[in-house]
Design a protein around this ligand. Structure first.
Ligand SMILES: [Zn+2]
Length: 70
């Protein structure tokens, strides 16, 4: 009886972990909170630092206004 409960608990834990790892809201939210619009990011192309407010994100990479136009 106790063994059954332990197996259930372990199985439940792994199911929880499996879904927990897949849900982006658990792992990503603290990181996203840190990035406010005044955070400086480096342009992928020219290395200029631009604020998140001003940068352009293309395929997950940051570009300054100039490089994004090209
Ligand atoms: Zn640039």
């Amino acid at each position: 009886m106790i063994l059954k409960l332990i197996i259930l608990a372990v199985a439940g834990y792994y199911i929880y972990k499996f879904f927990g790892g897949k849900l982006p809201s658990i792992g990503k939210s603290p990181e996203e909170k840190k990035l406010d619009e005044d955070t400086l990011v480096e342009c992928e192309k020219c290395g200029t630092y631009v604020t998140l407010k001003e940068c352009i994100i293309i395929q997950g990479k940051y570009y300054c206004d100039e490089c994004a136009k090209k």
